[in-house]
Write a protein that binds this ligand. Structure first.
Ligand SMILES: [Zn+2]
Length: 269
């Protein structure tokens, strides 16, 4: 009788764990972040390439693109304070002017404050190489996160983490669909994806790079609004959803890479 009770308890614990697990989500998955790193690599200035060599030798940007997610599993908890750096939550329905005002008045550390702070650290040659390497690894990742629209999503649903959807026959949440599933659905390796995306001409590159960091956040916010509005009542998504958002997805990955190059070209000048 007692044994049976324990078994039942274990069953409940396992069930609870299964329920909790899929609600935690990471940012573009490994492929998305690597695509952005690889695209950025193509658009680095000569000077930035030289400076980058001093920081990471021959290693690529894509190699470091997921470090900021991997450290979330560090059992020494050294980086626990950085988990809130991956996103910023802003309420929906704001005009551009109000959005920027809201973004700038958020209290505490977030994706926006940290991109600014880390860019300054990367640039500062009076800091140790180790400190600048860490700033670099975070920046490679965060310029990616900034272009995942649901990292600039609403607070009430935790950037789509609380919105349940069914992708073909698999249950997941809207945030993780955008982090991983939609990218993986394109069925490219990260280098294939980066190479097929990166056909931007010089004027596109200049246009995307010349806008402000606040503009980049606002673009993601506008896309997040479209993403929120495109979940049907039954939450069922598949081919049609991919067709609607494929171009947005590709553009965000491409712009993410091109703008990461801009951030690095400025900081490593
Ligand atoms: Zn992230």
């Amino acid at each position: 009788m007692k044994k049976l009770k324990i078994k039942k308890k274990i069953k409940i614990v396992v069930l609870l764990m299964l329920l909790i697990a899929p609600t935690v989500s990471f940012g573009w998955g490994t492929t998305g972040h690597r695509v952005i790193g690889e695209v950025a690599q193509h658009h680095l200035s000569k000077k930035a390439k030289k400076e980058l060599k001093k920081l990471i030798g021959m290693e690529s940007l894509s190699l470091w693109a997921n470090w900021a997610d991997f450290i979330k599993s560090d059992t020494t908890h050294t980086w626990d304070h950085a988990s809130k750096w991956h996103y910023v939550n802003i309420k929906g329905g704001l005009s551009k002017e109000n959005f920027i005002a809201e973004l700038q008045k958020q209290t505490g550390e977030n994706l926006y404050t940290q991109i600014k702070a880390l860019s300054i650290e990367l640039k500062d040659k009076s800091l140790s190489i180790e400190k600048r390497q860490i700033a670099l690894r975070f920046l490679i990742h965060f310029i990616g996160d900034l272009h995942q629209p649901l990292h600039v999503g609403r607070e009430e649903d935790l950037g789509g983490n609380k919105i349940k959807v069914t992708w073909f026959d698999k249950e997941m949440n809207l945030h993780s669909l955008w982090d991983n599933t939609l990218v993986e659905f394109q069925n490219y390796s990260y280098t294939e994806y980066a190479n097929s995306l990166d056909i931007a001409n010089e004027s596109d590159v200049k246009y995307w790079q010349d806008s402000s960091l606040e503009d980049w956040f606002y673009e993601s916010y506008v896309l997040a609004t479209k993403v929120y509005a495109s979940v049907p009542a039954d939450g069922k998504l598949g081919y049609k959803y991919n067709y609607i958002f494929q171009n947005d997805l590709n553009m965000q990955l491409l712009k993410g890479g091109i703008r990461l190059a801009k951030i690095l070209n400025v900081a490593l000048n």
